[in-house]
Design a protein around this ligand. Structure first.
Ligand code: NAD
Ligand code: IPM
Ligand code: MN
Length: 356
């Protein structure tokens, strides 16, 4: 039977707390399936700075490249906030994304009725939301050269090539065909030269290969507002690195917590599966973190590994778990019983097993 090699990068803050729930879930899934998992845990982020003075040691990169998938918790935190440049925990994350060449970051958001009342928005506005942000992940202003800071003036550079835009746009169009056949490309083409190339390239590719897909263009400022005011209009959102970062956190308002949002970072080789949220220093070490974002990222991993049946069981198990009245603190409103990270994880495991 098949054994998948998984590299675990728990990282910092709540990262290790939520990764632990994914591992427990994978272990019970493996017990009932004809495949298994072999884990390698490696250092990343602040934890790697403390142990190796490097936020992304070469041994971690090698382990990731040698595995079938990478599960990452989160990196960063106040302890490392005075570090600069390549020594920051966040630089380690950017480095592994670049090394794995995972240029397409998929950030789905779905709001079932069981979550609608935890949103700060009106339930009627968010029930049935089902959107997918496709964020370019290895280019744009996060990586553009030159970069500099002489203490008096600082600069970053936003740049995209046609090739970089086309390959991520293709991912968005292909996903749209499997969904509701609509792509909204988000840019700032009214101001930025990079965005004008982005828009022209998306339009040309659409005309050439994807004219069956409905395509709209929206400016980032409007898109952020539309995300809150009328989120059901979106099917697939295609956007660059920094706009996608901002827009995906904005989309966390729909379900009411960043602790719900998963992601898959995909390229040609090993995929990286990471929640959208960070290390949440304000709740770290207290058993308060919502494990759902990490667990849904794990379901995306199972899909990518070709274990769609197990992925579906996780999603159905989660839906069933949300039918109970247990919630972690971020979603624990009137009428719900508070659950810790591991209590919520256990409930999702139990329900997943029933759907396997
Ligand atoms: P954050 O995502 O860590 O937290 C923002 C807010 O959301 C906090 O109030 C936090 O408590 C809450 N939250 C996040 N995840 C949650 C969960 N699973 N359950 C319940 N509540 C949750 O963002 P931040 O505070 O801006 O950043 C903290 C650190 O994390 C920084 O060092 C930042 O650079 C880093 N970060 C890392 C990643 C990553 O590793 N992928 C992503 C974002 C931020
Ligand atoms: C995310 C995070 C990262 C990003 C940071 C920590 C580098 O905010 O994954 O959304 O900006 O990509
Ligand atoms: Mn972010």
């Amino acid at each position: 039977s098949k054994t998948y090699k998984i590299t675990l990068l728990p990282g910092d803050g709540i990262g290790p707390e939520v990764v632990a729930e994914s591992v427990k879930l994978l272990d019970v899934i493996a017990e009932k399936s004809d495949f298994s998992f072999e884990y390698t845990e490696a250092l990343a982020g602040g934890a790697a700075i403390d142990a190796r003075n490097d936020p992304m040691p070469q041994e971690t990169i090698d382990a990731c490249k040698a595995s079938d998938a990478v599960l990452l918790g989160a990196v960063g935190g106040p302890k490392w906030d005075d570090l600069t440049g390549a020594m920051r925990p966040e630089s380690g994350l950017l480095k592994i994304r670049k090394e794995l060449a995972v240029f397409a970051n998929l950030r789905p958001v779905a709001v079932p009725p069981s979550l609608a009342e935890s949103s700060p928005l009106r339930p009627a506005a968010v029930i049935g939301v089902d959107l997918l942000t496709v964020r370019e992940l290895t280019g744009g202003i996060y990586f553009g050269q030159p970069v500099g800071n002489d203490g008096n003036e600082a600069f970053n550079t936003m740049r995209y090539s046609v090739e970089e835009i086309e390959r991520v746009a293709r991912v968005a169009f292909e996903w749209a065909r499997k969904r509701r056949n609509k792509v909204t490309s988000v840019d700032k083409a009214n101001v930025l030269e990079v965005s004008r190339l982005w828009r022209d390239t998306v339009k040309a590719l659409h005309k050439k290969e994807f004219s069956d897909v409905e395509l709209d263009h929206m400016y980032i400022d409007n898109a952020t507002m539309q995300m809150v005011i009328n989120p059901r209009q979106f099917d697939v959102i295609l956007t660059g690195n920094i706009f996608g970062d901002i827009l995906s956190d904005t989309s966390a308002t729909l379900g009411g917590s960043l602790g719900l949002l998963p992601s898959a970072s995909l390229g040609k080789g090993t995929g990286l599966f990471e929640p959208v949220h960070g290390s949440a220093p304000d709740i770290a070490g207290q058993g308060k973190a919502n494990p759902i974002a990490m667990i849904l990222s794990t379901a995306m991993m199972l899909d990518d590994l070709g274990e769609g049946k197990a992925a579906t069981a996780v999603r159905q198990g989660l839906e069933a778990a949300l039918g109970h009245n247990l919630r972690t603190a971020d979603l624990c409103h009137e009428g719900y019983t508070p659950a810790s990270t591991s209590e919520m994880g256990e409930l999702i495991r139990t329900e997943t097993l029933r759907h396997l």
